[in-house]
Design a protein around this ligand. Structure first.
Ligand code: ZN
Length: 975
């Protein structure tokens, strides 16, 4: 049906409609008349439907009120009076996305599903949550999610506790977050962006329950909401539902949520502060420096500025990044640019920088010299072409991985919509591309540099220095603050806090009643597809080379991937292979210098990447394969260029440019060290597996903690090490890139298959096919039970073992158990009560059973929760309805729609790990037919794995030392 402008449908008046080529659909812009709520419907054929409701939520302090509300509204509502409807939905829905996000100026509640019934269920739970949450009736929600005084007995020591409080403590353990916060404070001192919407840990306890409720009352009203729908849904049915079920119950209310503009500076500002760093580390190269600008009146130039940042800093060889690296004063440089704030900003950050003050001047002078030169002499046309082409490729490819495309469009729209500008202005990609192409021809990019960076005095220079004593100083200040408060209380008041604490714990321990749980809508098992998704894949040969073909509607894009068997490399050279992986396509080749290579890749391709993959065989215990994979993608008419570039990188690379290689290694070293703070759960669980598994021990050399140590060692004595490294790199490179030991994966449209076949075949001919011995590796494994100590406040706690080695088999019920553990047992004990930001249980198909926690304040308590899990599972009481929910939730993760690139990636992995279609179907059958008894039997498996007592923890120095007796080795990490 065609809607007319000004037509009113269920209370919604159509104000604007427009065909959008890029989403192959029509945008309808409505306004709900009674409350003036805007609604944007992007209607197309995509069945991965998306809904979000967003509110403008500016806050003028750093108590984190917006963030705490975001958590709290999902803790029960009028129609859904359970403790955590969100968690119940995750368990029993086939959603393809379900989350909530707090930004500096808005809070967004998105859901997505390919199933109509499920989609409506999700929307209803979310709307009831945001408009009718139980937070007014139940103060415990505020205490649990925000903060409370925690005191379990009158003689104990009082603490702050709360989910958001702990989450933000974790966030502010990272120097980069502290730096970001400081930059915002400096750039936007008079606007809400100068505050921390997530909550600054010291400020969170200043938030009162009343202020919390008032914030919800004021901002969570339809007159302050933005509703977005996307996909192939029934527009009229959706409007009718929104009208009848929610919006008609409200009247228009004037909500003052305007985001005030930050007045522009007339001259730059500077600031300097400290971050905690413990241990006896060298401090002189641990500084951070960031220089940020608030951009002025960007309007149509939003895409051009994005391209400009890439041209300046996208690769080590690009002019601004190169000039800064050449100063030799830092290990890594990054940049950020966002239009998701009312006044967009751009910032350049130097990490692990030397301490001398004059370096700040040198950095500023370098930036200003490079920019002035570019404006004066004009930007190289090839550079512009590279920047523009890579932007166009990204726009065309729309590869959002496992995220629903509609979700990403919806978030993008908010960049203008929230500020009362045309919500579609970033969606008209043809116009945007035309605009940047014109700018490239008429000096527009040079004018952009001049206006936004050279002439722009709204700039802040922020430095952050390490302070070894700061962590303990802060901890001391906090405990003094609490002690002082505690000693000021009368015995009655203390008893009151103990009573509140106990009541909160009792509330958290109480299970929802079956009647309340039954309010959460769920699908039936019969709504699920019984057949496992089987990837379309064809096998073939190209001379002696094995090829996996993935036919797919790629819109003219071709994906190629070479899998080189690494066993051509000797065990003692594996560390070198790890480094080679970081250097390929970033060093000079016979034909191209590094900067030329970078440009050619951007002009002609959608990118080239390399990776080291160790893949466990799912059918035989202890077997694995390991590859150096090299992938590239391009439009079909650029395939010759793509292949030429691949051949250059794979056969004609040189490893003799000392400085260029040093810069790359330093950058990766810094990134690796940061991982101890940001993704310690991944590092720790990989490490844990290396205590008993050969494949995991191999991965330690290629990309794990052993690799990181090797990198640090090389960087420390780089001048002495370089010649030897260079020689070894060349040797390993020649061994591993070998035509006799390569598999190929090709994704393209079937019509292009023939053309590609012949071209790729020719490309293969240029790869060496020397006879190579295939080595077999053996690693001495031992249960090291390591504790890696950092200056961070939080921990990553892992424990596990391989169940196949203990005589058990992987089966589908373990996958269902994961849903129950993640969203039930672990969620309640480690997250809600323990205060960790995240926690998980998993059993890989190869049999690795692992518990992990993420940004966790505890060590011993968490390990105890893991140890008791087996008993819990053996005695588990669970209704048929709850079991079905878990089965549905588990299956839904298997059926997630994936981008084309992801589909090929998954299909390759399934093939290489021998997850045959039959194997996958058996697993699905097992999941669908899981009984409570099957689940209980898993308790014994967990117990057996925990009894092996293999654990690895990355985290807070004092916490780890407190638990010394649990570890065999303690190691200090310099971060
Ligand atoms: Zn949060």
């Amino acid at each position: 049906m065609e809607y007319q402008i000004d037509q009113v449908i269920h209370g919604f008046k159509l104000c604007h409609k427009e065909y959008l080529k890029d989403i192959q659909g029509t945008a309808y812009y409505f306004e709900y008349q009674k409350t003036h709520t805007p609604l944007l419907y992007l209607s197309n054929q995509d069945n991965n439907k998306v809904f979000h409701i967003a509110f403008r939520t500016p806050s003028n302090n750093s108590t984190g009120v917006a963030h705490i509300i975001e958590h709290s509204v999902l803790d029960g509502s009028r129609k859904y009076p359970v403790k955590e409807p969100f968690v119940e939905l995750v368990k029993g829905s086939v959603n393809t996305f379900l989350n909530a996000m707090t930004y500096p100026d808005k809070t967004v509640y998105p859901v997505a599903s390919t199933n109509d019934k499920d989609f409506m269920n999700l929307i209803d739970v979310y709307l009831d949550a945001v408009f009718y949450p139980n937070i007014y009736k139940n103060k415990k929600i505020f205490e649990q999610e925000g903060w409370h005084y925690h005191l379990e007995n009158p003689n104990g020591t009082m603490n702050y506790n709360g989910v958001v409080y702990n989450e933000m403590k974790g966030v502010y353990s990272s120097p980069e977050e502290i730096l970001q916060n400081e930059l915002f404070k400096q750039l936007y001192p008079d606007s809400i962006y100068g505050k921390e919407s997530g909550g600054f840990p010291d400020d969170i306890p200043d938030l009162s329950y009343d202020e919390f409720l008032n914030f919800h009352r004021k901002f969570y009203h339809p007159s302050n909401a933005y509703i977005y729908l996307y996909g192939d849904g029934d527009i009229e049915a959706h409007l009718k539902y929104l009208d009848e079920a929610y919006l008609s119950d409200f009247d228009f209310q004037k909500v003052d949520s305007q985001i005030k503009l930050q007045p522009y500076f007339s001259k730059p500002v500077e600031s300097s502060s400290y971050y905690p760093l413990s241990g006896e580390t060298q401090l002189n190269n641990k500084n951070y420096l960031t220089i940020g600008w608030v951009l002025k009146d960007l309007k149509d130039d939003w895409l051009a500025f994005d391209i400009l940042t890439n041209i300046l800093l996208g690769e080590n060889s690009y002019p601004l990044k190169k000039a800064l690296l050449d100063l030799n004063i830092c290990e890594d440089i990054s940049y950020s640019y966002t239009t998701s704030v009312r006044q967009p900003y751009f910032a350049i950050t130097l990490k692990n920088m030397m301490d001398e003050t004059e370096n700040i001047d040198r950095v500023q002078a370098t930036i200003s010299n490079v920019l002035s030169r570019l404006v004066e002499k004009g930007i190289d046309q090839k550079m512009l072409e590279a920047g523009i082409n890579s932007a166009i490729f990204e726009i065309k490819e729309k590869d959002f991985g496992s995220y629903p495309p509609g979700l990403m469009f919806g978030l993008e729209l908010m960049d203008t919509w929230l500020y009362d500008q045309d919500p579609l202005s970033h969606m008209r990609m043809d116009d945007a591309i035309k605009h940047v192409k014109a700018m490239a021809e008429n000096g527009g990019f040079e004018r952009l540099i001049d206006k936004q960076l050279i002439q722009n005095h709204h700039c802040a220079v922020v430095t952050l220095k390490p302070d070894p004593g700061l962590a303990s100083k802060n901890a001391k200040a906090l405990s003094e603050r609490l002690e002082k408060y505690q000693s000021s209380l009368s015995d009655d008041e203390i008893d009151g806090i103990v009573k509140d604490t106990k009541e909160l714990l009792a509330y958290q321990n109480r299970e929802d009643t079956p009647e309340n749980l039954a309010t959460i809508p769920k699908l039936e098992l019969s709504d699920l597809n019984a057949k496992a998704r089987v990837p379309q894949i064809a096998r073939g040969m190209m001379d002696d080379c094995f090829v996996l073909w993935h036919p797919a509607p790629t819109d003219g894009i071709v994906h190629l991937k070479f899998y080189f068997d690494i066993r051509t490399v000797a065990q003692e050279d594996l560390a070198v292979l790890g480094i080679l992986n970081k250097l390929l396509f970033n060093v000079r080749t016979d034909r191209y210098a590094v900067d030329e290579m970078d440009q050619m890749i951007q002009i002609h391709t959608g990118g080239i990447s390399t990776n080291l993959e160790v893949l466990d065989d799912v059918q035989s215990e202890g077997q694995y394969q390991a590859y150096l994979s090299i992938g590239g993608k391009a439009l079909i008419d650029q395939i010759d260029h793509l292949l030429e570039l691949l051949v250059q990188g794979m056969t004609a690379s040189h490893f003799d440019e000392k400085e260029i290689i040093e810069a790359i290694l330093q950058e990766h070293r810094t990134k690796f060290e940061n991982r101890f703070l940001t993704s310690g759960n991944v590092l720790a669980s990989q490490r844990l597996q290396s205590y008993y598994s050969q494949s995991a021990a191999l991965y330690q050399q290629l990309g794990g903690i052993d690799f990181g140590r090797n990198l640090t060692a090389i960087c420390q004595d780089y001048d002495i090490n370089f010649d030897d490294l260079s020689r070894k790199l060349l040797r390993v490179y020649r061994q591993v890139i070998n035509r006799n030991h390569v598999k190929l994966s090709i994704t393209c449209e079937p019509v292009n298959q023939n053309k590609i076949y012949h071209k790729v075949k020719r490309c293969l001919q240029s790869i060496d096919n020397n006879e190579q011995t295939l080595y077999s590796y053996h690693f001495e494994t031992e249960k090291k039970n390591e504790g890696f100590m950092t200056s961070s406040k939080i921990n990553y706690v892992t424990k596990g073992f391989n169940i196949k080695r203990l005589g058990y088999d992987y089966k589908g019920s373990l996958f269902v158990l994961k849903t129950i553990m993640d969203m039930g047992y672990l969620w309640n004990r480690v997250r809600v009560k323990g205060g960790a930001y995240g926690t998980g249980f998993s059993v890989s198909k190869a049999g690795d059973l692992i518990f992990t926690s993420y940004r966790d304040p505890h060590v011993a308590n968490t390990l105890q929760v893991y140890d008791e899990a087996g008993k819990y599972v053996s005695e588990m009481q669970i209704s048929q309805r709850e079991l079905e929910k878990a089965i549905i939730g588990s299956i839904s993760t298997k059926d997630h729609p994936l981008s084309l690139a992801m589909q090929s990636y998954v299909a390759d992995r399934q093939f290489l790990t021998r997850q045959t279609p039959e194997w996958t179907q058996i697993e699905r059958d097992q999941i669908l037919s899981t009984t409570v008894d099957d689940l209980r039997k898993c308790g014994e498996i967990i117990d057996a794995a925990m009894r092996q007592n293999a654990l690895c923890v990355i985290g807070n120095e004092e916490k780890i030392r407190e638990n010394q007796e649990r570890f065999n080795e303690l190691t200090f990490i310099q971060k």
